[in-house]
Design a protein around this ligand. Sequence first.
Ligand code: UDP
Length: 476
Amino acid sequence: MARPKFVLLPTHPPERFAPVLGLAEYTAVEAAARRAREQFEGRAIWHVSSTLRGGGVAEMLHSLLPYVRGAGIDTRWAVLREDPAFFALTKRLHNNLHEDAGDGGALGPEERALYEGTLERSARHFEGLLRSEDVVFLHDPQAAGLAPHFKALGATVIWRCHIGVDDPGAMTRRARRFLVDDVEAADACVFSRRGLVWPELDPDRCRVMAPSIDPFSPKNQALGAGCGAAMLATVGLTAPNEDDGAPHFTRADGSPGRVERRAELVQDEPIPADARLVAQVSRWDRLKDPDGLLECLAVELATAENVHLLLAGPDATAVADDPEGAFVWREVREHRGVLPPKIRERVHLAGLPMVDLDENAAVVNAIQRRADVVVQKSLAEGFGLTVAEAMWKRRPVVGSRIGGIGEQIVDGESGLLVDPRDPRELAAAVLGLLGDPLWAARLGAAAHDRVRRRYLGAVRLAEYGELLGELEGVRA
Ligand code: UDP
C-alpha cells in the first residue's frame, strides 16, 4: 500500500463545446459554470478512484475534470494505491454487484476488516489536505469506505456508483450489505442509471447522471486522413500501406502525439485491407464475454466471407485494480488457440500498450473508426462507455440488450440490441449491417446525434453544478 497518487490534471476550455452543442445549450452550460465558480470560490472538488487507467471511471474522469478546471473550479483527483489483497476483494465486490460470484470468495468479518483497515489508513493521507468546505466524490466500491472518514473531516461527500445490474439477486444484495453503512455516510449518491439505484438508500439522497465522453480527447477526436490506418499499422494490426498517413494525433494537453509502440498481438497474419472488421474494445473481463464472441464467430459467422474479429483491450498487466485481467487474457488466447485454423486466422487479439495513455486512447480511436461493426457483448454493464465512443464515431453498434447498453442504443434507430446469450441473434445483426452499408450508415448517424444530445461532458457539468447547489442548500 502506498500514498494515493495525486493526479496532475490538464485544463481545457469548456468553450470548445460551443460549436458542438449549439448556442442555446452552450449558454446554459456557461451559466451553470458561472454559478459553480461563484459557489466554489476558494474551495476544492475532489475525486477519489482506484485506477488512473483502463476502465470507464478513469476514462470519465480524464475526460470531464479538465473542463471543470477550465471553468475555474479547483478540481483534484486522487487514485488509491492499495495492496493486491484489497483489489482482489474490491474486484469481488465489483463482480458481486454485477450478480456474478467472481472469485467465489467470502464477504465476511475478515474481508470487512481488510476493507476498513485499508481505507482507514488511506484516509489519513488526506488529513490536512481535504478541508471541511471541500466536496469529495468517491467512485465505486473501492473508495466508498472513505465516506465516514471524510465526513469526520467535515467535507461534503458524494458516492458515485458506476456499476450494477437492473435485476439484483443474492450476490448483489450481499455486496450491498457489505457496503451500505459506508455509502449511507455520504451526503448523496449518484448512479449512472435509474435501474442501478439501491433500494436500501434514502431515495431523496440519490441522483441519476449518465457518464459522458469528451469528443476532443485522443480517444474520440477526428483523425486526419490516413492517420488511423497508420496507427493500426504501427501497432502491427494491419500491414503498412502506401496510402497510410502518419500516426499523428493531438494529446490531451494539446501537444502533438504519435503512435509508436507495437501492441501485444495474437494473430496469424495482420488484418487484411479488405476485411470486414467486427471489433470489441474492452478490459479483459469475463463479464465482457470475449469467449462468447469467439464462439459466435466460430459457429455463426464461420461461413460469412472475409469477416474478421478483433478483440482489443489494455495490456493485461497494466490495470492495477483489475487482478483478473491477466487470467482472462490468457483464457482468451487459449480459446483462440483451439479454434479450427480457418476460423483462427480471422481472429485477432490485441493487448494495447498502456505506458502512454494518450497513445493507447489514440489506438482505441483508430480501431473503433476502422471497424465496420462495433460490438459490445457484455453480460452486465453499468453503462458501457465503449458504446458511446463508437456511437460518437458514427459506427453501427451491436450491443447486448442489458444495463447501460440498452439505455444508450435505441434498438433499430441508433444501433441494434441483441440477447447476449443468443449468438445467432448477434450474428444475424452483425451480418445484416455488413450486408447493408446504407442502413449501417443511417444507424451510425443517428447514434452520433444521440451521443451529442445526451452523453457529452458539457451536459454533465451543468447537472453536477445543480446537485452541488442543492447540497449547499441542505448544509446552509
Ligand atoms: N479502454 C481503453 N484502452 C483499452 C481498452 C479500453 O482506454 O485498451 C477504455 C474504453 O475505451 C472505455 C473504457 O476503457 O473508455 C471502458 O469503459 P466501459 O464503461 O466500457 O467499461 P468498464 O471497463 O468501466 O467496465
